[in-house]
Design a protein around this ligand. Structure first.
Ligand code: OOG
Ligand code: MG
Length: 263
């Protein structure tokens, strides 16, 4: 198949899977030529299609597969990134219906909000902290469009790194007040602890994941823009959501973000 046809076809099938709530099989078997670079082209095409269809716009990025726990769970050895759209943002206090999703899971994350451009190729942890206006506690709802969350890195990249929705807690702090690698986190489902973690779970330091992103984006002529939100990756394994669930992710020093789900 001609390259552009393949890109359009995969992007179309992923968008249809999301809209119809019907998971698809991974694409690498059908398209062995789908390498990481092409997968990011699919992601770009998918995002253009979603922006049109949902009349929305880009507001940031997300990192995926940044923790050892997540990489082992998914059998991959490097992180991925995706795009956050305005239509994906939910707010604390919303009663979130799980009916639009295929098999939603939640992840506790630290969000970074930038007020300076962050441009590779040699971005460091210190550069990330200098460009960050605020950090905030966050929750990401992931919902892979692949059956049973079964995919290779290329499939997940094409699928915008399983992104679906996110919530940024309404407390904002300067990252300079904290040692983010030592920041502890307790994740509760209906009052019971289901996961714990520390910032260091994310590539040794959450800002290191952001530096990886900036340096990776440089290779495709892009950068992190002032005003953008970046989710730095889950501090623990993702937890499956059931209707009626109440989740809280409490971070040392920056407080708690909560999410409530209905049928
Ligand atoms: C890929 C996305 C993982 C994270 O924070 O690690 C992710 C997946 O596990 O489906 O968002
Ligand atoms: Mg995530």
């Amino acid at each position: 198949m001609i390259k552009t046809n393949m890109i359009d076809q995969i992007a179309y099938e992923l968008l249809r899977a999301e809209k119809r709530k019907k998971a698809v099989s991974k694409f690498v078997d059908q398209y062995p030529e789908l390498d990481e670079a092409l997968a990011y082209e699919v992601q770009e095409r998918l995002i253009e299609m979603k922006c049109k269809e949902e009349n929305t716009k880009r507001i940031g990025r997300k990192l995926g597969l940044t923790s050892k726990a997540k990489q082992e769970m998914m059998g991959v050895h490097e992180p991925s990134y995706g795009v956050l759209l305005e239509s994906m943002q939910l707010f604390e206090g919303d009663k979130i219906s799980i009916s639009p999703f295929i098999h939603p899971k939640l992840e506790p994350e630290i969000a970074f909000i930038f007020d300076k451009e962050l441009k590779g190729p040699h971005v460091t942890v210190a550069d990330v902290l200098n460009a960050t206006k605020y950090i905030a506690p966050a929750i990401e709802l992931i919902d892979s469009r692949f059956h049973g969350f079964s995919f290779t890195l290329q499939d997940a990249v094409a699928d915008n790194s399983s992104s679906s929705r996110f919530i940024i807690g309404e407390r904002f702090y300067s990252p300079k007040e904290f040692d983010l690698k030592l920041m502890g986190m307790v994740f509760k489902q209906n009052g019971e602890v289901v996961a714990t973690g520390a910032g260091a779970a994310v590539m040794g330091h959450p800002a290191r994941a952001i530096a990886w992103l900036a340096n990776r984006l440089y290779k495709v002529g892009q950068s992190i823009q002032p005003g953008e939100i970046v989710l730095s990756g889950s501090l623990s394994a993702a937890i499956k959501i059931e209707p009626g669930d109440h989740f809280s992710a409490e971070f040392d020093g920056i407080g708690t973000v909560e999410a409530r789900f209905i049928e």
